[in-house]
Design a protein around this ligand. Structure first.
Ligand code: FES
Length: 121
């Protein structure tokens, strides 16, 4: 007789990803972002038209944000051409290069500011 216990144990052993709330300081809007995706990927779910997604790999700086509060980690390198050491120390980062470790609050300072901070209507 064949059982599925092995498969079930495998499925149960997989933890569901944690989700965090990311707040856009300028608008007060929030979006959910999993620990496994970049803040930029989560930001796309705001569904705002005209958000330039750019390169998604730290090479264009359209997604520059300043993290005002919360925890995150960098999962891919950011060029010093776009984020200086001083900016990094001031929590300025590229949203495509960070993933949340907690709820975070960001100010959009890159070229996508105009589109992300556009109010409805
Ligand atoms: S999308 Fe190009 S640096 Fe983030």
């Amino acid at each position: 007789m064949e059982t599925t216990n092995g498969n079930l144990a495998h499925i149960c052993a997989q933890e569901a990803p944690k989700y965090y709330d990311i707040e856009i300081a300028e608008t007060g809007e929030t979006f959910r972002c999993s620990e496994n995706e970049s803040v930029l990927e989560g930001m796309r779910r705001l569904g705002k038209r005209g958000i330039p997604i750019g390169c998604r790999s730290g090479g264009c700086s359209v997604c520059k944000v300043k993290v005002l509060s919360g925890k995150f980690h960098q999962h891919r390198p950011m060029s010093t051409e776009y984020i200086s050491k001083e900016e990094l120390e001031d929590s300025c980062v590229l949203a495509c290069c960070i993933k949340p470790d907690a709820n975070i609050r960001v100010e959009v300072i890159g070229k996508m500011h105009k589109n992300v901070c556009k109010t409805a209507g």
